[in-house]
Design a protein around this ligand. Structure first.
Ligand code: ARG
Length: 457
């Protein structure tokens, strides 16, 4: 049978149906997340066009700009109700919005793309989306850190065997374990802030990467969209596409590695052989054959999904490493990669916060795990206190390990009180960092929403 050669006419060309499907990829679905940001970018562009002075004929008048912005607000509210469709023959959100505006405003809708390209648009959309998502993720990250802190605070000074090489090492506490992980999670904010600063730059007005013979006011759109500054060079602005997605993915991948290590500790410490912690039953799954099973599937999947996010980060960097300057269609995939990473990290942060909040401590099991060897360093340090040089004290204990005795784990823990050890943990430091970071994320989210509201009315 002869293959049917079906052709499809889209705004920019007439193409083979298979080419359309292949090039559009998942954009009709993924771009839904960008509708609001695309409308915001268009509103800023049209506002700026309407403010250009000294042209023989204005590109769009102030009145027309207001009409466009009102229509864009309508698109956003349709999208919020799930009633705005991006069709395959639109290709992407950018053409879908232009089609919708043209359907309602006629020739005025056809003017909005003056002096810009879709590359320009998608670069802006992705940056606004990433900014907003980083701030939301930062709040979720703080919530997980807070859950770890309150788990730790509840357990307080319950002794826990500290391990190195997974072998019993030194006296520690459940609180130290929990807040240690809480701090690791919290420190990831630094990576997200770096990604945020990179996303907070305005590429708009580069057109297809080389500018246009029109007096565009790029700093005006920077101001309207709430970016910290403009990417000065138009060619550079177009090349920066993909870079901010990759930087966001790096932060996502590194956070997943931190979460995966937390998950691994939780798996080990809730094993029946350890039983220090008990996972909430409703967060464990059973077996179809072994009736006794309560498996930590969620935690195993945190480990598994870490592999995926690291993979997407690698894919993003690989995508970029040999790309020539200027726009290339491969960049479309950077969007898919970061969106996948974002969704995975969001759901992982949420489920882990639930698991941590529901986890309980078996204090007796924690104490019972203290073997005499765990006190070996403390014994040597007592010899030092009696005047023996450290290395001699060390050898003395090492040569007579059989003489070590079981000690009071609670007393051993109480003897450790310098900054950051068992009794020296200042929970207040974490709580302040968590509330400051949450407030800062909320403030910036409000500012971004404020820009959006001003533009779309
Ligand atoms: N969906 C496209 C992307 O994400 C939009 C830009 C298309 N530009 C182009 N020159 N074909 O990259």
């Amino acid at each position: 049978m002869k293959a049917k050669n079906s052709k499809k006419t889209i705004t920019d060309s007439t193409v083979d149906q298979d080419v359309l499907t292949y090039t559009v990829g998942e954009d009709t679905i993924l771009d839904k997340a960008l509708i609001k940001w695309d409308c915001m970018g268009t509103a800023a562009h049209v506002t700026m066009l309407s403010e250009i002075k000294g042209l023989k004929r204005p590109i769009v008048t102030k009145k027309e700009s207001a009409l466009v912005r009102k229509e864009l607000a309508r698109v956003v509210s349709l999208a919020e109700k799930g009633a705005f469709t991006i069709r395959e023959d639109d290709q992407d959100v950018h053409m879908a919005v232009e089609r919708a505006l043209t359907e309602r405003l006629g020739d005025l809708g056809k003017k909005i793309h003056t002096g810009r390209s879709r590359n320009d648009q998608v670069a802006v959309d992705v940056r606004l989306h990433i900014k907003s998502e980083i701030l939301s993720l930062e709040k979720e990250l703080c919530a997980l850190s807070a859950a770890l802190c309150s788990f730790g605070a509840k357990a307080g000074a319950v002794p826990l065997v500290g391990r190195t090489h997974l072998q019993p090492a030194m006296p520690s506490t459940v609180e130290m374990w929990a807040t240690g992980h809480a701090e690791m999670v919290l420190d990831q904010l630094e990576n997200f802030e770096a990604a945020y600063r990179l996303a907070d730059l305005n590429p708009l007005g580069s057109a297809a990467g080389y500018g246009v013979p029109l007096p565009l006011d790029r700093s005006r759109t920077t101001e309207l969209l709430g970016f910290s500054r403009t990417i000065h060079n138009c060619f550079g602005a177009s090349m920066a596409r993909g870079e901010c997605e990759a930087s966001f993915l790096s932060a996502l991948a590194q956070l997943m590695c931190v979460l995966s290590r937390l998950a691994e500790d939780m798996i080990i410490f809730s094993m029946p052989e350890f039983a220090y912690f008990r996972l909430p039953r409703e967060y464990c799954t059973g077996s179809s054959i072994m009736p006794q099973k309560y498996n930590p599937d969620v935690l195993e999947l945190v480990r598994g999904k870490t592999a995926q996010v690291v993979g997407w980060q690698t894919a993003a960097l690989t995508l970029l490493h040999a790309m020539p300057g200027g726009y290339n269609r491969d960049l479309q995939d950077a969007k898919l990669l970061y969106m996948k990473g974002l969704e995975t990290v969001r759901t992982t942060l949420r489920i882990l916060a639930k698991l941590v909040a529901g986890m309980t401590v078996d204090a007796d099991a924690c104490r019972a795990a203290f073997s005499p060897g765990v006190f070996a360093t403390d014994v040597a340090l007592r010899k030092v206190a009696a005047g023996v040089p450290w290395r001699d004290a060390y050898h003395d204990v090492r040569d007579h390990l059989e003489m070590l005795e079981s000690e009071d784990a609670d007393a051993a823990v109480k003897a450790k009180s310098h900054e950051g050890t068992c009794l020296g943990i200042d929970l207040g430091i974490y709580l302040k960092r968590i509330s400051d970071a949450t407030a800062s994320a909320e403030k910036r989210l409000d500012a971004l929403e404020g820009c959006c509201r001003k533009l779309l009315r």
